[in-house]
Design a protein around this ligand. Structure first.
Ligand code: UD1
Ligand code: UDP
Length: 367
């Protein structure tokens, strides 16, 4: 039997945790699949890209598109132009895209225009907020996909409401959690607490990169005022995203953040060190998508500085709270956490480390 040719696409930091377990799983079926990894180059700094290949033992990409940064249109269009050539040369039977970044959208558009089937891993998530670029990316990608691999039950309902045929939808769980569970041995060996001079459960972790929080001066100032209060109660370790650092500089606010004695700003960390930092923290303050999920599994309280989430299971079953930039609400939650008055979470269905195995089995049967 002729092998099925599969292209897996990754481009930005949160993609790499989602593709790693798929790459490892496909290796078991070399007689059935010929798999190629394409890196679009949407993220390119060592700390936003290559370190994850090392930490998660992902093989080097077969093809690197080197698109870099740009406006939405520029970045999406650049990826489309070069990825189209890849499809024409490689003639894959399937393109697998993950998550909701511009690389996800661009590559699924290319593939479907050339009548190549698309599989979307993490399909069906919806924030119902079209001001988020990711929401547009998710909706378009899902509408073009032949295989929709859903990570939580809300995704099944969302896709049904949008008229996607149920036989295309597969509730398989979360590949990001495959990576988390597979990494625990390495995580436990990380020495990052020592390096950062931190004590177990005596600090909180911060990440922020959503345009709604970091792109304009007013919202950055609100963030500053919140952090200024929290750092008086508990030290904050802030893994600062390059977008946020750039915005702080543009708005002349970087030195104000740097002046807070209880706020330790560090460069983006590799996955193993970052997860160790989260695991041992008192709580996480974030606007990340993936970190809402990881903190739920690690049973660490998570305050999500957004008005909505596309991952509602992390609230209904997990450790997540939506707090926006509401200073009073955030300080109340921090107080509750510090006095141990917090909900206990549980791990959502199929977030068990076997999602990639389910995905590959479905593809063996159906592709
Ligand atoms: C992107 C995704 C977002 C995801 C985030 C994960 C889109 C629309 N956004 O946002 O969904 O949550 O990645 O981190 O796809 N930069 C660097 N070095 C890098 C990469 C970026 O300095 O390696 C800087 C550049 O100034 C760039 C800016 O960060 O302009 C933003 O990068 P971009 O990929 O456009 O969007 P993110 O904010 O990273
Ligand atoms: N992460 C990391 N180092 C950091 C910050 C985040 O390894 O310094 C990981 C985090 O554990 C999660 C992923 O990056 O696996 C989330 O990426 P990000 O927040 O950039 O994107 P989002 O999930 O919001 O799309």
């Amino acid at each position: 039997m002729k092998k099925k040719k599969v292209i897996i696409v990754g481009g930005a930091r949160p993609n790499f945790m989602k593709i790693a377990p798929l790459m490892h799983e496909f290796k078991k079926y070399k007689d059935i699949f010929d798999v190629k990894l394409v890196h679009t180059g949407q993220h390119y700094d060592f700390g936003m890209s290559e370190i994850f290949f090392q930490n998660l033992e992902i093989p080097k990409p077969d093809i690197y598109l080197n698109v870099g940064s740009g406006s939405h249109a520029t970045q999406t269009a650049k990826i489309m132009i070069v990825f189209e050539k890849v499809i024409l040369a490689e003639k894959p039977d399937l393109v697998i895209v993950v998550g909701d970044v511009n690389s996800t959208l661009a590559c699924s558009l290319d593939a479907s225009k050339l009548n190549v089937k698309v599989a979307h891993v993490e399909a069906g998530l919806r924030s119902f907020d079209n001001t988020m670029p990711e929401e547009i990316n998710r909706r378009v990608t899902d509408s073009l996909s032949e295989y929709l691999f859903v990570s939580e039950e809300s995704g099944i309902k969302n896709l049904k409401r949008e008229g996607i045929k149920p036989d295309k939808v597969h509730f398989v769980g979360n590949t990001m959690i495959d990576t988390l569970l597979a990494s625990m041995k390495k995580v436990n060996k990380s020495r990052i607490l020592k390096t950062c001079n931190l004590r177990n459960k005596n600090y909180c972790v911060l990440t922020l990169h959503r345009p709604s929080n970091v792109d304009n001066k007013e919202s950055l100032k609100e963030v500053f005022e919140i952090l200024e209060k929290i750092q008086k109660k508990i030290p904050i370790v802030y893994s600062i995203h390059p977008r946020t650092k750039k915005m702080m500089k543009i708005h002349g606010l970087l030195s104000r953040f740097e002046s807070l004695s209880g706020l330790k700003m560090i460069n983006p960390l590799g996955y193993i060190d970052f997860i160790k930092l989260v695991k041992e923290s008192s709580f996480v303050l974030t606007d990340s998508g993936g970190i809402q999920e990881e903190s739920t599994v690690l049973d660490v309280p998570c305050l999500t500085m957004r008005e909505n989430t596309e991952r509602p299971v992390t609230i209904s079953q997990g450790t997540n709270y939506l707090v926006g930039r509401d200073r009073r609400e955030i300080l109340f939650c921090v107080q509750q956490i510090l006095s141990d008055k917090i909900k206990k979470g549980r791990v959502p269905k199929y977030w068990d480390g076997n999602t990639s195995s389910r995905i590959v089995k479905i593809l063996i049967q159906n592709l």
